[in-house]
Design a binder for this molecule. Sequence first.
Ligand code: NAD
Ligand code: TDX
Length: 342
Amino acid sequence: MKILITGGAGFIGSNFVYYMLKKHPDYDLVCLDALTYAGNLKTLDEALKNERFTFVKGDIADRELVFELFAKEQFDIVVNFAAESHVDRSIEDPGIFLKTNILGTQTLMDACRKYGIKRYHQVSTDEVYGDLPLDRPDLFFTEETPIHTSSPYSASKASADLLVQAYHRTFGLPITISRCSNNYGPYHFPEKLIPLMIANALNDKPLPVYGEGLNVRDWLYVEDHCKAIDMIIHDGKVGEVYNIGGHNEKTNIYIVKKILELLGKSEDLITFVTDRKGHDLRYAIDPTKIKNDLGWEPDTMFDDGIVKTVNWYLENREWWETILRGEYQNYYEKMYGKRDII
Ligand code: NAD
Ligand code: TDX
């Protein structure tokens, strides 16, 4: 079995590479990644020592490169993680989100059509369903919830999902789609809530919480997401969408306080700042389908996962401090310098 993993130098893709190398030591894995600001070859150091793993630097929207790669490698399965993934960046500059997330997906699927594959799997997100109200804890996203997006990021991911479903219906491409809730764990880029708060707390810098910190996210340890995708590509039904989530809803302020508690830092570091534009209120996944159809359940509960994650950032300071020393400083100033403290 030969699997193409796009975006494998990013957060979830790299965790998936390590998960698959361990779970299926006889598989050949090829990672295609453009190494944008979010991609990091250092993350794949250990994988690169494995002769069954190959890294190719390239853009999923580069038709010539993608077609050449497919012609050479004859993949059995494609798992597309490659994306622009940060909502705040999509609010500043939507264009690249449309190019990578939509046209990149099209390019990969065109190559799949031409060279033939057993499965194309699209890694999507719960954000395509929009948000749920804070005062209706009885509501959850199911696979039947209408697509209703809020940010340029989620709109680009929803567009890609629709295109993937169109390629299945029109061309018979054997696809599956997964829509997961917020992930956390090792190698999470420090622009996102949990690693940003850990890094700032360790540097005794203010922790910028948007609005009142009452927005709710449904957190899943990254390895549980990887396990679900592995199950879907092997046993999932072609043409189907699977929601992935572990019923672990928390307000942002709860998460931030938990991180401070684990690091023994003062809550005085918390700073409430101008809210995100169009900020989704609550995400909450109903994972009944993947549980019933494929037997998936999460292994890591939040109280253990967050401790593991904080420890990983304590033990791997060089990984994230290198990022913080680079272009990230300009990003941080641009994104947070202009936010008012409220
Ligand atoms: P990430 O930003 O950490 O990593 C993205 C990776 O894709 C990087 O390695 C980057 O270099 C690569 N990439 C970007 N543009 C590319 C291009 N044009 N060609 C090739 N490679 C390119 O993202 P992540 O958090 O690991 O998310 C991975 C996928 O999972 C995304 O599709 C995202 O929408 C989805 N997802 C993420 C979450 C989450 O909580 N992080 C939840 C649900 C779904
Ligand atoms: O500095 C911050 N302060 C803050 O209050 C940041 C970066 C975030 N937040 C809030 C905004 C959100 O309510 O924390 C919550 C989580 O924010 P992000 O980490 O940016 O994640 P989110 O917007 O929920 O999107 C994530 O989950 C779904 C991923 O980034 C997406 O790629 C995925 O599709």
